[in-house]
Ligand binder design. Structure first.
Ligand code: KG4
Ligand code: ZN
Length: 338
């Protein structure tokens, strides 16, 4: 079963061809991040224009690279949402066109779920599990009981983890995207006495929520007091984000009594997050799984993979349907059923 997956929810145009939800035959990502750098964040109109330019060459490239003829593709999967509407429209339009021209099923994929499925490109998912999804736009913890069965356990009440790293990097003058820049600079030190608060939310019914906006403000404050200690500030920021994520994810896995914890989303590329999570979870006999780094950030292969599992469940997208944003991921998520 060959699925071609298309991702265009943000600033990366990704296309991938995946066999049986597991083997990546080809994957290409073209990013417009450099273009947005001078604005310190994504400019939606610029992003959509770049997708328009990049999408057809990217599809052509993965077909050439994999040696697969377009007629051999069995299904088309596309990120339907959440994301920037103009950007999503480009991928959805390309996917619908291919589906119609080739008479192949179209599968609309939730971008957040696609991030979780990046893990299935490395090994079969072990259910039941808890998943920590950390990207530039979202931070959430789910119970992942089976394919297509996700239940939200907690989410950020304000900024996403990637967003606080991106904004923090801007405060420190490190450029965009901020996550990798913060990681690179933080790696140059191994400790600091500069401390940033690790948010604790105590709402009894929302025990696994996250919050990062206070951290952002505290960083601005700390930076004003110690403008010359940039590497330590980056280290303190990374520490606070990692600690907050690790505490909540491990607490959720323990509360759900699961043995498997999946990490996903762009921030999962962070080595320190991976290392601290693994170390902390190991003490509780919880196994941590991370996607290969090249599939942590936005890409088409993870979309093809999620599409494969939804195809197996009989979830399809109609040609009369368009992008969907917001697109919450939860128990009743059920991408459009046929
Ligand atoms: O999942 P993703 O590629 O796009 C969204 O769906 O948002 O995630 C992008 C986010 C950005 O905020 C970026 O700064 C962050 O992931 N990121 C990282 C690293 N690489 C990307 N954060 C921390 N460490 C990294 N190595
Ligand atoms: Zn993403």
């Amino acid at each position: 079963m060959l699925v071609l997956g298309i991702e265009s929810s943000c600033d990366d145009t990704g296309v991938g061809i995946v066999a049986d939800g597991r083997e990546v035959l080809a994957a290409r990502v073209q990013s417009s991040a450099m273009l947005h750098e001078e604005f310190g964040g994504i400019v939606p109109e610029l992003a959509s224009r770049e997708h328009v330019m990049a999408i057809l060459p990217a599809i052509q490239n993965v077909l050439t690279e994999s040696g697969i003829g377009v007629g051999q593709i069995d299904a088309i999967a596309v990120t339907r949402g959440p994301g920037l509407l103009g950007s999503l429209l480009v991928g959805v339009t390309a996917a619908k066109t291919l589906s119609l021209a080739l008479s192949r099923p179209l599968i609309g994929v939730n971008h957040l779920e696609a991030h979780l499925y990046a893990n299935a490109l490395a090994a079969s998912i072990e259910f039941p599990a808890v998943a920590l999804l950390v990207s530039g736009g979202h931070s959430a913890i789910y119970r992942w009981s089976d394919h297509g069965r996700l239940q939200l356990l907690g989410e950020t009440v304000d900024d996403a983890a990637g967003e606080v790293l991106d904004k923090g990097a801007r405060t420190l003058g490190l450029g965009y995207p901020g996550g990798p820049a913060v990681e690179r600079l933080a790696r140059t030190v191994s400790m600091t006495d500069l401390k940033l608060p690790i948010p604790r939310l105590r709402h009894p019914e929302r025990r696994f929520d996250l919050s990062f906006s206070g951290l952002k403000t505290a960083l601005v404050d700390l930076h004003q007091r110690h403008p010359e200690r940039l590497a330590e500030l980056a280290y303190a920021l990374e520490t606070a984000v990692v600690e907050s994520l690790v505490r909540q994810a491990v607490a959720a896995a323990l509360s759900e009594n699961v043995r498997h914890l999946y990490l996903a989303g762009g921030v999962s590329a962070n080595q320190r997050l991976r290392a601290v999570l693994e170390e902390r979870a190991e003490g509780h006999q919880i196994e941590v799984h991370c996607p290969l780094r090249q599939y942590s950030t936005d890409n088409g292969a993870m979309v093809a993979c999620a599409g494969y599992y939804h195809w197996r469940l009989g979830h399809f997208m109609g040609l009369d349907q368009g992008p969907r944003t917001p697109f919450p991921l939860g128990e009743d998520l059920a991408l459009t059923k046929s």
